[in-house]
Design a protein around this ligand. Structure first.
Ligand code: AMP
Ligand code: GLY
Length: 434
């Protein structure tokens, strides 16, 4: 790639804060955030979906741009920047359909023989209802398009599946995205996030991780963007990792290339390891880093992240040495506004951010901003992602919870799950006793 003078990170979440934090260890170049949050410096007031202004900024500052969230990718930011000969990390609009259209992704997986839950596609409610009534198994109802984690209904009865279909076809909330829905067979097992770097020719896996998607402990309640993560996860053994590469990642890259679609960026497979068979199934593809997986992954990365991003841009991933990971565990706990993923209040002053935390505890910001007095206030659903490193998963968990206990806002208005990484600790114990 051409020489560049600055780095521009697009997005405003904990993922983007952690990417910036890592890159600032890797380079002396100036790192801008658009629009960033209360924890990031050098924020520029451009919305992450305002492609024209972002392009103008990158041109004027000779930036290498890294795209955090999916929306600008699905709008074609990479295509626009490339037309302007600006270096940008992420897949094209066409490659982004793996995430922006679940129907596209499922048909692609079916064509390539990639293991995923069986599915049917519907564009009207009656046919979907008939399908559910004739199905003996529990189902998952999904909207085709991007819905910020809110378009998936995991059902445990025929009644709840019918309610999900009614909701999608009747609620105003889904007016713009309900053209097509998917009904999948529900698979039972444990989930993990398998994220790789892909330069269109080669694939380099990052460390494995596990997200906690539901809002309440023990995976109860509605889905969120992710309430916490830990890295690495013992769920992905070497054997399963090899299977995922051979049966999922390599065929995905081949399938894209066969269709003339070049994939450059992060490819994230949400995997379910089916109980009983121990086989990995793809639940979804994302074409970006996970949030909060990114925070726990990058806090363990010892190698220069920037060098791997550059090698991806130059299609030289195959000549890179293996990524060095700190021989430690990381745990990231998301602190959210009470009420998230439903309605919540913002504008609360956050106290305790300057507390004395343990070494290797990092407080990445997400939904925060600075008010006119320079105080950090809440500004979103997921507010902070508190991440710690330690020599065991249990210690990393305790360190993060100890930091979380020092941070407050409003009248007990912060909310977090109390069981982040507990599943990982349980998997480890059961592996030891086998
Ligand atoms: P998705 O956005 O498609 O990954 O779905 C969000 C979440 O719904 C996943 O992380 C799973 O927890 C759950 N889910 C999605 N599809 C299925 C499925 N076929 N079987 C069981 N759970 C699923
Ligand atoms: N943590 C799930 C996601 O980023 O999609």
């Amino acid at each position: 790639m051409n020489q560049y003078d600055t780095i521009l990170i697009i997005g405003s979440g904990g993922r983007e804060h952690s990417i910036g934090w890592k890159l600032l260890h890797d380079t002396k170049k100036k790192v801008f955030f658009a629009p960033g949050n209360g924890g990031t410096d050098n924020n520029i007031e451009i919305d992450s979906n305002d492609l024209t202004k972002l392009c103008q900024f990158a041109k004027e500052n000779n930036s290498f741009t890294i795209v955090g969230p999916e929306k600008p990718l699905s709008l074609g930011i990479v295509d626009l920047f490339e037309k302007n000969q600006l270096p940008i990390f992420g897949p094209s609009k066409s490659a982004s359909r793996l995430e922006s259209s679940k129907v596209f992704a499922k048909l692609f997986m079916r064509d390539m023989g990639i293991q995923t839950a069986s599915f049917s596609i519907f564009s009207d409610a009656d046919a979907a209802i008939n399908h559910v009534k004739s199905s003996a198994k529990n189902v998952v109802v999904k909207l085709d398009g991007l819905a910020a984690g809110k378009g998936v209904f995991v059902c445990d009865s025929e009644k709840s599946a019918l309610q999900a279909i009614q909701k999608i076809f009747n609620d105003n909330e889904f007016r713009n995205s309900r053209n097509k829905i998917l009904i999948e067979e529900r698979i039972y097992g444990d989930e993990a996030s398998f994220i790789v770097l892909c330069d269109g020719k080669s694939i380099v896996p990052l460390a494995t991780s596990q997200d906690h998607k539901s809002i309440f402990d023990q995976d109860n309640g509605p889905n969120t963007g992710g309430m916490g993560s830990y890295c690495p996860t013992p769920l992905i053994t070497e054997k399963i990792s090899t299977k995922i590469m051979e049966k999922i990642m390599n065929p995905t890259l081949k399938g894209l290339n066969d269709r003339g679609i070049k994939f450059r960026g992060f490819l994230y497979a949400g995997i379910m390891i089916e109980r009983g068979s121990n086989e990995p199934y793809v639940l979804e593809f994302n074409v970006r880093m996970g949030d909060p997986e990114c925070q726990s992954i990058l806090s363990r990365m010892d190698s220069s992240f920037l060098e791997y991003l550059e090698a991806t841009m130059d299609e030289k991933l195959d000549s890179m040495p293996p990524i060095r990971w700190k021989d430690r565990h990381s745990v990231c706990i998301v602190m959210a506004s009470r009420g998230y993923p439903g309605k919540y209040q913002t504008g609360k002053v956050i106290h305790g951010l300057n507390s004395k935390f343990d070494v290797d505890t990092y407080v990445f910001h997400a939904g925060t901003k600075k008010n006119s007095m320079g105080e950090i206030i809440t500004n979103g659903g997921r507010v902070l992602s508190v991440t710690s490193l330690a020599d065991t998963l249990e210690r990393a968990k305790n360190k993060s919870y100890s930091a979380v206990s020092k941070i407050h806002w409003g009248d007990n208005e912060e909310y977090f799950r109390r069981d982040i990484a507990s599943k990982g600790i349980k998997y480890m114990k059961s592996a030891l006793s086998e």
